[in-house]
Write a protein that binds this ligand. Structure first.
Ligand SMILES: C[S@@+](CC[C@H](N)C(=O)[O-])C[C@H]1O[C@@H](n2cnc3c(N)ncnc32)[C@H](O)[C@@H]1O
Length: 275
């Protein structure tokens, strides 16, 4: 595996405004997934966190499996439009690839504000007609929803599945976060969906608190705020959770999951927007 800072092949894709002096969650996550879009600072923090919770890379992979099941489920409900907020560095099984297996005409907008994630997404999406990447801040819903990229790709008069997978933990509980989520909700017609997966420290067998502390003590661009099941539930306000409600990510609509549930540090839920 080659890494971004050692690989000339990636040089043309290295955005000018990338901050390589501080670890960034998009790139640390890419490192755990075995990708090459990361720098030494990201790998150091990734390893440091893995010392606190060695299953962290496995949980990142579980989250990607969850993404596949969520997109598949939404497609089976007839949804063919996706807004992936905090989409990350593209990896195996991106939203448009999964959706197109079910519905070749499905349309996807990816949104991320990390320059490496955006430039890799631009590269991947070259020549893909019905998926686009918007470099944007998901906490600015008006800008995201009204951007020409979003408006050109998605018809907001029809159902859309909004994905917020492993991203809301970077935002503490504030009025602004609630308003942000309310704006996305208000922009969606009934029959739309909102999916959230989220880091939690509820399961004491998993050291997510230790992992979050290591991020807090680092120079990372984002802090991590694990949420309890109750706190996560409150982020779904105004929507109807589909069965089984909030579960550990690897158990959400997963026929292959082991029972009883293995310890996990990621919750997941999918909710329907109702009238
Ligand atoms: C842990 S990754 C998750 C990627 C993907 N959603 C997944 O589940 O595989 C979190 C992503 O959120 C992005 N992110 C963090 N804050 C953001 C913001 N304010 N606006 C847009 N993207 C953001 C990061 O750059 C990163 O790519």
């Amino acid at each position: 595996m080659t890494d971004l800072d050692e690989s000339p092949e990636h040089a043309h894709r290295l955005p000018e405004d990338v901050d390589v002096s501080r670890p960034n969650p998009a790139r640390v996550y890419d490192y755990w997934l075995g990708g090459s879009a990361n720098f030494a600072v990201d790998r150091e923090l990734g390893d440091h966190i893995a010392e606190a919770e060695p299953r962290i890379a496995g949980m990142a992979r579980e989250n990607r499996s969850l993404l596949r099941r969520v997109v598949t489920h939404c497609c089976r409900q007839g949804v063919d439009q996706f807004l992936d907020l905090g989409s990350g560095v593209p990896t195996i099984g991106n939203v448009h690839e999964i959706a197109h297996r079910h519905e070749p005409g499905a349309r996807v907008v990816y949104v991320d504000n990390e320059p490496v994630a955006v430039s890799h997404s631009e590269f991947l999406l070259e020549g893909v007609g019905n998926a686009a990447i918007l470099r944007g801040d998901l906490t600015e819903p008006d800008e995201v929803l009204n951007s020409p990229v979003t408006r050109g790709m998605l018809d907001l008069d029809r159902p859309v599945a909004v994905l917020l997978l492993c991203v809301l933990q970077y935002f503490p509980d504030t009025e602004r976060l609630r308003e942000t989520l309310a704006k996305y909700r208000a922009a969606l017609v009934p029959g739309s969906y909102i999916a959230i997966s989220h880091v939690t420290a509820d399961d004491e067998a998993v050291n997510m608190s230790g992992a979050a502390e290591r991020i807090q003590r680092s120079r990372a661009s984002h802090q991590a705020h694990p949420r309890s099941r109750e706190q996560l539930l409150s982020l779904f306000e105004g929507t109807e959770l589909v069965e089984p409600g909030i579960s550990y990510a690897q158990h959400w609509h997963n026929e292959e999951a082991t029972h009883p549930a293995e310890p996990s540090g990621i919750y997941a839920g999918l909710a329907r927007v109702v009238g």
